[in-house]
Design a protein around this ligand. Sequence first.
Ligand SMILES: [Ca+2]
Length: 93
Amino acid sequence: MEGQPSPATFELSELQTGGQYKLTTARVLDHEVETSCNVLVICSDGGPDPLTTRVNISVSILDLNDNTAQFQQSRYQLNVPENKPPDFVVHQV
Ligand SMILES: [Ca+2]
């Protein structure tokens, strides 16, 4: 198995029923770090002159709302000059 960005992203293991395999994650995936991975699975039989086939698996890493919004500062102290019209920008956060 070959994968991007590293071979340790996924693991391929045989099911107990035999002849079938499951693809599982080998580490925690983070959509903010990588949005997709490509996995190349190569299968060969046990013949004396092995025959092989390959398949590309494209895996999208779905985004979850797992990051809390953050302010740059924990507290803001601002001054506003008097007599400014409506829509006067006080500050941007
Ligand atoms: Ca996220």
